[in-house]
Design a protein around this ligand. Structure first.
Ligand SMILES: Nc1ncnc2c1ncn2[C@@H]1O[C@H](COP(=O)(O)OP(=O)(O)OP(=O)(O)O)[C@@H](O)[C@H]1O
Ligand SMILES: C[C@@](O)(CCO)CC(=O)[O-]
Length: 495
């Protein structure tokens, strides 16, 4: 949930503990449980967080919407965190601070191409379903997105993408009277590792802007599930637009799972309609080892590569994509079968075999990488599980389903080998919450300040937190003892 802290604008009720009035969904009254101290001038309005994801089956084939395209996903922690700080009304600037990629840029709000975005034929509403980027809007942003012209080409391109995606949403949703703002992001998800870092940011930016527009009333404890679902849908629609700016032709699966959380089966049959998303409440706790090759890759590049191969060999690639769909649907049937038991060798072996087949098909599409093949080789050599790449491939991460009886020394040997060869291993909690809001940005995080209502997370603390661990410790959604008091989530359904 999003929280208004500053009290300098309409989003706050004057005490800093109010929630904005809501367009369409009726007003929401929510009071902070804890007594609040005076806000510091560095305090942000609110924080938004969204998780990354692990694709267990169906990457790439999902882009082509085959029947039945089914994809199993698990969103893991860690999370992204976006922070927004509202400046004084007299400041007519919008600033973006993407610290992980050293992108800091400020635009003068009055110099942005509002006239193009506000034309009646172009203007979108906060609930619009946008399925392609408008070339006129893209062209209008062109003079504003080359924010690091003196940087090396690769950095320049990443900064350009970030600036472009942010401005596309900012100008589509905002208006020339939008107040001056600073958006600061720190992420605990490795970039370009196949764990959905871009989708997580897409969801954070979308949620933050929609909250600022006061188009979302939640999350709040008494929210009816239909209302929560509608709001999640709005966030997801605009997150998809952000993903289109970064990736060109995304399926929408990454932003969907980052918005909704949990494990889901995702289907996109028709791009003109929202995707069908089925949460899997009882997704088994599979013993997965997640390994990062530390080989950077680009989803846009890998998706374009498969597209090129499909154009050259339409029938052949078509049948490979069909086979991948069949693997994904077989896995969905298997895992949701009453007989499935994640502690039993037979059940795990069947899922493992499907992973091996899925990986082989991905290899045939050319989206593996020697460092991914090396992980598979090491795991196969020790005979301790089944491995596949996850996400777009071309580097990034692999997942290994471990056999139930793997002797500890064998696993330790593998981990030692991986470390020597510069791989990173992830411990993750899978199937967690989706987008969350901290409003106001006050959190009980195990310090003495908890007794006084919690610690106010100001921008300085946020920027100075050391590394991923520091960010997690300061503002992480989950503290050591479970969910942190403060963060709120849209609950789309109960079991
Ligand atoms: N922490 C971050 N700060 C700013 N931009 C980021 C950050 N993380 C990712 N991005 C944006 O997302 C792009 C990487 O997205 P990409 O889809 O290639 O990787 P991914 O989302 O981690 O992987 P996958 O799509 O396979 O899950 C970067 O080039 C950058 O534009
Ligand atoms: C490769 C892909 O299927 C998953 C990337 O995480 C692309 C997409 O679905 O947009």
């Amino acid at each position: 949930m999003v929280t208004g802290v500053n009290g300098t604008n309409g989003a706050s009720n004057g005490n800093g503990n109010g929630i904005p009035h809501v367009n369409g969904d009726g007003p929401l009254v929510h009071r902070m449980k804890a007594h609040r101290k005076q806000s510091s001038p560095m305090a942000p309005d609110f924080m938004v967080s969204a998780p990354g994801k692990v694709i267990v089956f169906g990457e790439h084939s999902v882009v082509y919407g085959k029947l039945p395209p089914r994809l199993l996903l698990l969103p893991p922690f860690p999370c992204d965190h976006i922070f927004t700080l509202r400046l004084s009304k007299s400041k007519r600037t919008v600033s973006l601070r993407f610290t992980d990629i050293d992108l800091v840029h400020t635009w003068n709000i009055d110099e942005l191409p509002w006239s193009t975005f506000q034309q009646p034929s172009k203007k979108k509403s906060y609930f619009s379903l946008v399925t392609e980027l408008d070339p006129d809007l893209v062209a209008a942003l062109e003079p504003h997105v080359d924010v690091s012209p003196d940087s090396p080409e690769d950095i320049r391109r990443v900064h350009r993408n970030g600036a472009f995606a942010f401005l596309y949403l900012f100008l589509s949703l905002g208006s020339p009277s939008f107040p001056g703002c600073l958006y600061t992001l720190r992420s605990t998800i490795p970039i370009g590792a196949g764990l959905g870092s871009s989708a997580s940011i897409a969801v954070c930016v979308s949620a933050a802007l929609l909250i600022q527009l006061r188009t979302l009333s939640g999350p709040h404890p008494d929210q009816p599930p239909e209302e929560a679902r509608l709001q999640i849908e709005r966030i997801n629609r605009w997150a998809f637009v952000y993903e289109m700016c970064i990736h060109g032709n995304p399926s929408g699966v990454d932003n969907t799972v980052a918005t909704q959380g949990k494990a889901v089966v995702f289907q996109r049959l028709d791009y003109a309609k929202p995707p069908a998303v089925k949460p899997l409440w009882d997704f088994p706790e599979l013993p997965l080892l997640l390994v990062d090759t530390r080989q950077p890759k680009s989803t846009a590049h890998e998706v374009a590569k498969v597209g090129g191969l499909r154009n050259t060999h339409p029938k052949l690639v078509g049948s490979i994509l069909d086979a991948m769909d069949k693997v994904a649907s077989s896995a969905a049937d298997l895992i949701t079968d009453e007989e499935f038991d994640e502690e039993e060798e037979e059940s795990l072996r069947k899922v493992g075999e499907l992973m091996t087949i899925n990986h082989g098909l991905l290899v045939s599409l050319g989206v593996s990488h020697p460092r991914l093949e090396r992980v598979r080789e090491l795991v196969d050599h020790e005979g301790i599980g089944w491995t596949k790449l996850t996400g777009a491939g071309g580097g990034g991460c692999s997942i290994t389903l471990l056999r139930p009886d793997v002797p500890r020394p064998k696993l330790a040997k593998l981990e030692e080998r991986l470390e020597k060869e510069n791989y990173a291993k992830f411990e993750t909690t899978l199937g967690g919450d989706g987008v969350g809001v901290l409003w106001p940005a006050i959190l009980k995080n195990g310090t003495e300040e908890d007794e006084e209502g919690g610690m106010e997370i100001d921008l300085e603390k946020f920027l100075n937190a050391e590394g991923t661990e520091g960010v997690e410790k300061l503002v992480g959604v989950h503290g050591d003892g479970g969910e942190r008091e403060g963060w709120k989530f849209w609950r789309v359904e109960s079991r």
